[in-house]
Design a protein around this ligand. Structure first.
Ligand SMILES: C[S@@+](CC[C@H](N)C(=O)[O-])C[C@H]1O[C@@H](n2cnc3c(N)ncnc32)[C@H](O)[C@@H]1O
Length: 300
């Protein structure tokens, strides 16, 4: 009987189902630090208990296969397949079954894709653990960043705002399962961030991971984000460049394009990280239009 649990069990299951992919995830697994494995184990064990290990493996394969398909389109056509929110909304954000698999798969990539591991580490390293006050996250999706902020910080109130009911349900479930004592400090709001008016308060930590490439008006998102940041707030934003996915509709071609939007929205960049495509430099990735992940610590 297989008695492995958490990420170890998932890596074993995916390796068996996808032998050509086994080396990649086994190498990534070895690169993780013990704290990261413990976090991954908590999240994966919770999903496996509520659903199954097979569901986790299928979810990971969904994001793998859909990203490869989107990459082929991008290489052929030189653009993302869709450019309007309404072209992807019903099949992705409002499709409960698909969105659950997509977000659970994406959560797993935070531990098994070296580029996502590095972005996640940058979040962890730069997080202001001693800050007090409130936390806003736009687009928590799977809920991993929010969980981490709730688990480790001195912040007392947390707000998660997402357009997708499936994302909010996953975030809610994860907090209830992993940090049940903290659930009453979390408010979840289903809304389009640009249309939302229910929560116009300011926050001391503001996080928006992997949302800008999903929206038609990234500058309006950044401007709205700045309006929600209190004086001296810690703001953490990530996005990606030349990184096709089924629902990426805004294409950034280099870091300068992202940074221009950030500074035009009134933010100052305090720290930044750019993770080039595996085995390439940043310059090579830009020239060959290969994916780059970027993350920024900003002040309003
Ligand atoms: C790719 S996920 C990001 C998950 C996580 N933050 C991360 O960094 O991996 C994008 C999330 O943004 C949400 N989202 C997309 N458009 C939005 C909008 N207009 N307003 C609020 N949330 C939105 C999606 O529903 C999804 O949960």
């Amino acid at each position: 009987m297989n008695t492995e649990k958490g990420l170890t069990a998932l890596v074993a299951a995916v390796s068996e189902r996808r032998p050509p992919h086994a080396q990649f995830i086994q190498d990534a697994f070895r690169f993780l630090e013990p704290g990261e494995r413990a976090e991954a184990d908590a999240y994966i064990s919770h999903i496996a208990a509520d659903r199954s290990l097979e569901f986790l493996a299928e979810s990971y394969e969904t994001i793998l296969d859909d990203t490869v398909k989107a990459q082929f389109f991008f290489m052929r056509e030189g653009r993302y397949q869709f450019s309007r929110f309404e072209e992807v909304a019903d099949s992705v954000y409002f499709n409960n079954e698909y969105m659950q698999r997509y977000m659970v798969g994406l959560a797993v990539t935070n531990y098994l894709w070296p580029n996502h591991v590095q972005i996640h580490r940058f979040f962890t390293e730069t997080f202001p653990y001693d800050k007090q006050g409130s936390y806003l996250e736009v687009g928590p999706g799977h809920g991993l960043f929010l969980l981490q902020a709730m688990r480790k910080s001195r912040l007392s109130e947390f707000v998660g705002l997402d357009i997708s009911a499936a994302s909010l349900a996953l975030t809610d479930e994860a907090v209830r399962a992993i940090l049940p004592q903290a659930r009453d400090r979390l408010r979840l709001i289903q809304a389009d961030f640009l249309a939302e008016s229910a929560d116009d308060s300011k926050h001391d930590v503001v996080v928006m991971g992997e949302v800008l490439e999903h929206v038609e008006q990234p500058k309006a998102f950044l401007t709205r984000l700045r309006s929600r940041a209190a004086d001296g707030a810690h703001v953490f934003v990530t996005t990606c460049i030349n990184a096709p996915a089924i629902d990426h509709i805004t294409l950034f071609s280099n870091e300068a394009e992202v940074e221009k939007l950030i500074t035009q929205s009134g933010f100052s960049i305090q720290r930044q990280l750019a993770v080039p495509y595996f085995g390439k430099t940043l310059q090579q990735s830009v020239a060959a239009r290969l994916p780059i992940n970027v993350a920024y610590v900003l002040t309003p």
